[in-house]
Design a protein around this ligand. Sequence first.
Ligand SMILES: CC(C)(COP(=O)(O)OP(=O)(O)OC[C@H]1O[C@@H](n2cnc3c(N)ncnc32)[C@H](O)[C@@H]1OP(=O)(O)O)[C@@H](O)C(=O)NCCC(=O)NCCS
Length: 230
Amino acid sequence: MIDQIVAAPLVTAEAFTDHDSAFIPESERAAVARAVPTRQREFFTVRHLARRAMVQLGVPGAARVPILKGDRGAPVWPGGVIGSLTHCSGYRGAVVGYTSEVRSAGIDAEPHSELPSGVLPSVSLAEERNWLASAVREYGPGLHLDKLLFCAKETTYKAWFPITKRWLGFEDAHITFGVSDAQTGCASGDFTATILIDGAAISGTPVTQLHGKWLISEGLVLASIVVPRE
Ligand SMILES: CC(C)(COP(=O)(O)OP(=O)(O)OC[C@H]1O[C@@H](n2cnc3c(N)ncnc32)[C@H](O)[C@@H]1OP(=O)(O)O)[C@@H](O)C(=O)NCCC(=O)NCCS
């Protein structure tokens, strides 16, 4: 599925169940030693996928490289590599690329179901809620576009963070969507995240807008942002 919204020069890998037998670096085992088993399994599976993708990309030593957590929980990639990880019930995904080609990347997956009641006001702007109201009239209740908005926002944060190393709140970006195909439970399109705060980067041009793609299929919502190297 992820291949439908992330293309070369990034390499993708995904799974719909956990892999028990994969190689797990000791430092990764230690990082989640106190976590519940489901958290350990998603942590190991998504890193197995990321290593597989890095091997395919041609990163030397990638098959055994640990992927630990760094600043504010962001994954720490080997030198010269950038990527993003996501996991939710029934899905694990990883994308990786070279920093010489890609400035940043973000992916997010969520189950395709309504946002829990009461969450929408705290993760959306009034303009986004207006769009949702008109989109529900246009596309019907079979598409959970509130969850798509949430997914696009988390994707925005994951792509934003490696460039700025700063927090971005749900009120700090305005997401607008393009819908290219929509049926009950299945749709795709693109989106733009307009950043509403100072987008100063740790190096290079400030972040003002990020462009992404999205997909609703197989009971999942997926979103991606790839920021090309300037
Ligand atoms: C970090 C966050 C985006 C993760 O999303 P999620 O749907 O909860 O979880 P996912 O499974 O999709 O992603 C988890 C992965 O995100 C990655 N991640 C965590 N923090 C990150 C950061 N600061 N930057 C980039 N990636 C990050 C990690 O790889 C993590 O996997 P791991 O814990 O196994 O290492 C979310 O928890 C969060 O803090 N959101 C608030 C910020 C936000 O979304 N703002 C909206 C801006 S418009």
